[in-house]
Design a protein around this ligand. Structure first.
Ligand code: RFL
Ligand code: PHB
Length: 389
């Protein structure tokens, strides 16, 4: 079979890119290793920047998001009992949208069926060939049968562990990485959230986050050492620890309930350069990872895909290659700014075992400075709503 672009991965990056190219009349096939149900079962992001909202609207798929999503004008940084409000709308002129990655993915998947976007789920042994030529191909196995897809380009939207990045020779690519000595233990529960807005808390025991998916579904996280296992945290212990770290005022409004999902995710900062090698483009988590503190991962996948779709449409429709030639540089400039912000907020809000009491006092001083400085709050708000494309 032959198509214009083979997209590897049906996460948010692959599905959004697939729709954008299909809408422009470019031939695409999306190959996904897992089943659709498995992709939807992963509980991940919750906060959408305007970039992501705009892309979904551009695809004409924003109806449910605008109906069910919760626009948030601000969020809180907590330090003990004190809540510092960051009013994004007032300080930076924009809000964010609370709408789960699961729902974004579901809307994109449903529209694939409706619009005839070709997604092949449970594609095994996906392998890339001749990526440094104008005639790359991808092979895979489905139901025991081998297939080959010839294409003009391949888009590697296959997440951090996918095969795309691996085919770029070590002499060409370079990875920049910081691994943090802790992870986030998350709990999802059908209880009303404790507050109308998100609360990021710095506590002597470690970080905690109060988030939500809707007015009836709460999402919370706590920082835990990487040695912890989910089994170490029965629901009661986790709720007690959340109440402690979020502070007495918030705890008073926290409703407890059985966990629908509980999992531990390690925290990492990672950037791979360049994001193009020959006929292969990387987009989303395949090229970069941010710690979730800044809520940037899904939104960076969106900005990559916004740049890449525009570049590929220029190439196929106008014969112009400037967009694809500058894709890596353009995308990376935005990626590094989100990396910087995510790292800064992670550093400010988490307990670092090696930083001791001095490190914690510096964090408290910085939070105190933020509480009293409109300039500092504006910097945080501007980055949180997302930098312009
Ligand atoms: P994904 O979502 O990982 O999708 C990649 C897809 O590729 C498939 N794949 C393969 N397919 C074929 N062959 C192979 N060999 C393959 N190998 C892999 C996978 O099965 C998968 O379906 O990457 P993508 O599309 O780049 O999207 C990135 C986002 O998922 C990620 O950045 C966010 O979830 C990060 N993130 C957050 N981002 C935000 O913008 N806001 C948030 O509030 C936010 N919170 C979070 C998060 C991530 C978290 N975890 C668990 C990592 C909270 C958490 C806890
Ligand atoms: C979430 O709701 O899952 C969430 C929200 C904000 C973050 C990270 C995760 O910064």
């Amino acid at each position: 079979m032959k198509t214009d672009v083979v997209i590897i991965g049906a996460g948010p990056a692959g599905l959004m890119l697939g729709h954008l190219l299909h809408q422009a009349g470019i031939g695409i096939v999306i190959l996904e290793r897992k089943s659709a149900a498995h992709v939807l079962s992963r509980i991940r992001a919750g906060v959408l920047e305007q970039v992501t909202v705009d892309l979904i609207d551009q695809l004409g798929l924003g109806d449910r998001m605008h109906k069910e999503g919760l626009p948030h004008d601000g969020f809180f940084l907590a330090d003990g009992a004190r809540l510092i409000h960051i009013n994004m709308t007032e300080l930076a002129g924009h809000n964010v949208m609370i709408y789960g990655q699961t729902e974004v993915t579901r809307d994109l998947m449903d529209a694939c069926d409706a619009r005839g976007v070709d997604v092949i789920y449970e594609a095994e042994d996906v392998s890339l060939h001749d990526v440094n030529s104008d005639t790359p191909s991808v092979t895979y196995r489905k139901n025991g049968v081998e297939h080959r897809l010839n294409a003009r380009f391949i888009a590697g939207c296959d997440g951090f562990h996918g095969p795309s990045r691996q085919v770029i020779p070590a002499s060409v690519g370079k990875a920049y990485e910081r691994v943090y000595p802790f992870g986030w233990l998350g709990i999802l529960a059908d209880v009303p959230p404790c507050h109308e807005e998100l609360i990021y808390a710095n506590h002597a025991n470690g970080f905690a986050l109060a988030s939500m998916r809707s007015k009836t579904r709460a999402r919370y996280y706590i920082q835990v050492p990487l040695t912890e296992r989910v089994e170490d945290w029965p629901d009661d212990r986790l709720w007690d620890e959340l109440a402690l770290r979020l502070g007495p005022e918030t705890a008073e409004h926290m409703t407890r309930g059985p966990a629908l999902e509980k999992s531990i995710a390690p925290l990492r900062s990672f950037v791979f350069e360049p994001m193009r090698y020959g006929s292969l483009f990387l987009a989303g988590d395949s090229a970069h990872i941010v710690p979730p503190t800044g809520a940037k991962g899904l939104n960076l996948a969106s900005s990559d895909v916004a740049y890449l779709s525009k570049a590929l449409i220029q190439f196929f429709k106008k014969g112009l290659s400037e967009g694809i030639d500058t894709y890596s540089q353009t995308a990376l400039a935005r990626v590094w700014k989100s990396e910087r912000f995510s790292w800064t907020l992670t550093t400010l809000m988490h307990r670092f075992p090696n930083e001791g009491e001095f490190g914690r006092r510096v964090q408290i001083a910085e939070l105190d400075y933020i509480a009293g400085s409109r300039a500092a709050q504006t910097t945080i708000a501007e980055n949180y709503i997302g930098l312009p494309l």
